[in-house]
Design a binder for this molecule. Structure first.
Ligand code: ACM
Length: 540
């Protein structure tokens, strides 16, 4: 019972168990019908039980009941398993959905399978009472589908994995120098040209190796609608990211007029095939603004999310310094320098989004040169950006690269696939604290939550993404959901004990996680150990 991940606020064991049988029914009140559909589908495929729909709660006796309790808060739930059956009540449908996720964990790892192993097996839930609610309202995962493309099926799978861990914001990094992944009807070349590259750097950017095969793919607008709807069924919000004005070479390769044509011959650019910070950024022209307003118009039609991410990170200013067009714009707007030009560019979309009832969110570079009022910040270069933003009254999502960039290696040994970034072990992630102690309680209210980021330069296939994400995402989910004590006081041994059960769930879900701590199988064989690396590893 106490092997739940993330840990609930409180769990009290009873004695006895509810048995689910062929006669068990599932009742969902009208407000929780969607959760009922999801839960009955998930449990039917795993157990083979019919779980017929009950028309009232009494009919669910010995079965499962789902309903709202207006006395509970947003996303809060209570799960009671006793002689009446299993009753899950939530402050809203999301709360009931998270309770349903808890029920699935209570049923054991085989509840995660897509077909029953044994139709005669007895399924039971111990008598207990769980009261639970999340610490943060933004419990995010970012997936970079630009560097390596994740076909739609894989995205849906990530949404299922997020739901199983009570994560609720999917930050969809859709565009970058190395690929444009979303169909934009009025600008078809973005995907015709921008979604494929001829070859790809293998591993770190300093590597001499290439994969000499085209890499690419994109989501049609119907794919996006499906992904957004699938996420909504799981109470996950999809926040799209269209990265401007840097990280835009794929767009410039498709539409060379978007680049700084008075500085370089942008018609010679192709979709970028290596990693790092790219100098080819958007030109700050009216044409570029109108072009991206068109992109965002289509994006807003597809994504109902309050927040829209505009990137804003890592925009080198060299081309703007050398561009007569950019310099004329700086003079015309009375700006001090290129940093203010970037601010003006971001500010344009902030106003544009606000006028359409949405809120802009961007990486913490958008703080440089001033930020519009409603804008929020993803604090990635450590905590500093988030602290500054919160103090200035902006909402913040804490995702410091030193802590929750899951492309960074998870063991100091030389065998980690590509040893970029800091070593961040499972325990390090478990001891990550999203709210820095520097913030007053008032300022800390601006921390909407936290997010783990999966940048995919060195994750060339889904198995590698799984390896980097898991098991650390399970620790991250507990940080985001559970009311944990201060980092030094967190009981990592107890978490690891629960992880023993969780690995069985991940097995049933088909997750190719990094094997638990200790030498990996190949490290146990003598003679295959590489030379340990000295000093800090290179970044991407
Ligand atoms: C980032 O990692 N460039 C946001």
């Amino acid at each position: 019972m106490t092997e739940l991940i993330p840990a609930p606020r409180s769990a009290v064991a009873g004695s006895g168990e509810v048995r689910l049988t062929r006669h068990s029914r599932l009742y969902a009140d009208p407000a929780t019908e969607g959760v009922g559909h999801w839960l009955s589908a998930a449990l039917r495929q795993a157990t083979g039980l019919p779980l017929r729909e009950g028309r009232e709660l009494d009919e669910a006796e010995g079965g499962i009941g789902l309903q709202l309790d207006p006395g509970l808060g947003p996303e809060e739930y209570r799960l009671v398993s006793d002689h009446f059956g299993v009753l899950i009540e939530g402050g809203d449908a999301a709360g009931v959905f998270w309770g349903a996720q808890t029920l699935r964990q209570l049923l054991g790892p085989d509840a995660y399978r897509r077909a029953p192993l044994d139709r005669d097996r007895v399924w039971s839930v111990p008598y207990l009472r769980i009261e639970d609610a999340p610490r943060f309202r933004w419990r995010g995962l970012m997936l970079d589908v630009a560097r390596h493309f994740t076909p739609k099926e894989g995205v849906l799978r990530h949404l299922d994995l997020m739901a199983a861990h009570k994560l609720n914001v999917f930050h969809f990094h859709l565009t970058d120098d190395q690929g444009w992944r979303i169909e934009i009807e009025r600008h078809p070349r973005l995907t015709e040209i921008g979604s494929w590259r001829a070859r790809t750097k293998t591993g770190h950017r300093a590597s001499p190796l290439w994969e000499d095969k085209p890499h690419g793919g994109y989501y049609t607008q119907d794919d996006i609608r499906e992904i957004v709807a699938y996420a909504a069924e799981r109470h996950i919000t999809v926040v799209p990211e269209i990265d401007v004005p840097g990280h835009s070479q794929a767009a410039i390769a498709a539409y060379p007029e978007l680049g700084n044509t008075d500085v370089i011959d942008t018609t010679a650019l192709s979709v970028w095939d290596t990693w790092g910070i790219n100098p080819n950024v958007l030109a700050p022209t009216d044409n570029t603004l109108r072009f991206y307003e068109g992109v965002f118009e289509e994006v807003l039609r597809l994504f109902p999310s309050e927040f829209v991410h505009i990137g804003g990170d890592e925009c080198p200013k060299d081309q703007w310094r050398h561009s007569e067009t950019a310099q004329a714009r700086i003079r015309e707007l009375g700006l001090a320098d290129e940093d203010e030009l970037q601010s003006w560019f971001i500010g344009h979309f902030d106003t544009w989004l606000a006028a359409r009832g949405r809120r802009l969110i961007g990486w913490d570079e958008i703080l440089e040169g001033g930020l519009a009022k409603g804008a929020a910040v993803s604090s990635w270069r450590g905590y500093a950006g988030g602290i500054a933003a919160a103090r200035a009254g902006h909402d913040v999502v804490m995702c410091p690269e030193q802590q929750v960039y899951l492309d960074h290696r998870q063991d100091p040994g030389p065998e980690e696939p590509v040893p970029i970034g800091w070593v961040r072990t499972l325990e390090d992630v478990y001891r990550f604290e999203p709210v820095p102690p520097e913030l007053t309680p008032e300022e800390a209210r601006h921390v909407l939550g936290t997010q783990a980021n999966l940048w995919t330069e060195v994750m060339e296939d889904p198995a590698r993404v799984d390896y980097q994400a898991f098991p650390r995402l399970a620790a991250f989910a507990e940080v985001a959901w559970s009311a944990l004590p201060a980092p030094a006081e967190r009981d990592f041994a107890e978490f690891q004990r629960r992880m023993t059960a969780h690995y069985r769930r991940l097995d049933a879900l088909g997750v190719a996680y990094r094997p638990p701590a200790g030498p990996l199988p190949w490290q146990r064989r003598p003679g295959v150990l590489g030379r340990p690396k000295d000093g800090p590893p290179p970044s991407r």
